[in-house]
Design a protein around this ligand. Structure first.
Ligand SMILES: N[C@@H](Cc1ccc(OP(=O)(O)O)cc1)C(=O)O
Length: 204
C-alpha cells in the first residue's frame, strides 16, 4: 500500500485499495523517466527530494510532475498548476507564465477543481504547451490531479490511471481522502461517457 495517509484524516473510514502494481508497460519514449525519480524518501514537509533531477515528464503531452519548484525551475514552462496550500505563489514573479494556484490541503474537497483543472491541462496540451503540475512534495495532491487527467482524457479507470502514473513516478502516494474523491470522479466520468468521446487520446 503506497497511499499517503493524511494526518488530518482519521482512519475510521474504509481504505480504498489501490495496490501499487505497475501493470502498464513503459513506452520507449518514457524509458528514461523513472531514472529521474530516485529512491529518495520524502522525509519531511521541508525536505521533499523526490525528484532530484527536476520536473519529471509523466505524460507524453508535455505534462510534468514535481515538488515545490523555484522560480528558475518553472521558467521553461508555459503553464504551471500549483495545488498546494502551503507552497509559495510565484505568479507575480513569472508574469509570462499561465499560473494557477489552487490551495488544496490533504483533505480539501477538490471535485469541482478537478473538472476545471483537467480542462485547463487539456487545452494547454492541445496547444502543445509545456505543463507543470506540482504541490509541495509531488506525491499526493499533484499526483491526484494527474491521475484525474489520465482518467478523463485517456479513458482509464482509477486503478489503471494510478498504476500508469505509479509506473512513471514510483513515489506517488495520494492521500486517502483524495483517493476517495478520485473514486467519485470515476463515477462521474462513467455517468457522462459521451461528453468525453471527442477528447479521447490514446496513450503511447
Ligand atoms: N509528510 C510526509 C511527506 C509528505 C509531505 C507532503 C505530501 O503531500 P504533497 O505531495 O501533496 O505535497 C506528501 C508527503 C513525510 O513526512 O514523509
Amino acid at each position: 500500500m503506497n497511499i499517503y495517509t493524511s494526518p488530518t484524516r482519521a482512519s475510521s473510514t474504509a481504505r480504498p485499495y489501490l495496490p501499487a502494481l505497475a501493470t502498464e508497460s513503459r513506452s520507449t519514449d518514457n524509458s528514461s523517466i523513472d531514472d529521474n525519480c530516485e529512491a529518495v524518501p520524502c522525509l519531511s514537509m521541508e525536505v521533499c527530494k523526490v525528484y532530484p533531477k527536476g520536473p519529471l515528464l509523466v505524460l507524453p503531452e508535455r505534462i510534468y510532475l514535481f515538488s515545490e519548484p523555484t522560480v528558475g525551475e518553472i521558467l521553461p514552462f508555459d503553464v504551471v498548476i500549483n495545488v498546494a496550500e502551503e507552497t509559495q505563489d510565484l505568479q507575480t514573479q513569472v508574469p509570462s507564465i499561465e499560473y494557477y494556484h489552487y490551495r488544496w490541503e490533504h483533505d480539501s474537497d477538490i471535485g469541482t477543481d478537478l473538472a476545471l483543472l483537467t480542462s485547463i491541462m487539456r487545452t494547454a496540451a492541445a496547444e502543445r504547451k509545456k505543463i507543470l503540475i506540482h504541490c509541495q512534495c509531488g506525491l499526493s495532491r499533484s499526483a491526484t490531479l494527474v491521475i484525474a487527467y489520465i482518467m478523463k482524457f485517456h479513458h482509464l479507470s482509477l486503478r489503471r490511471a494510478y498504476d500508469l502514473l505509479k509506473s512513471r513516478a514510483d513515489k506517488i502516494s495520494p492521500a486517502m481522502g483524495l483517493v476517495f474523491q478520485l473514486m467519485e470522479w470515476e463515477a462521474a466520468l462513467k455517468a457522462t461517457p459521451s461528453a468525453q468521446a471527442s477528447d479521447y487520446r490514446k496513450l503511447p
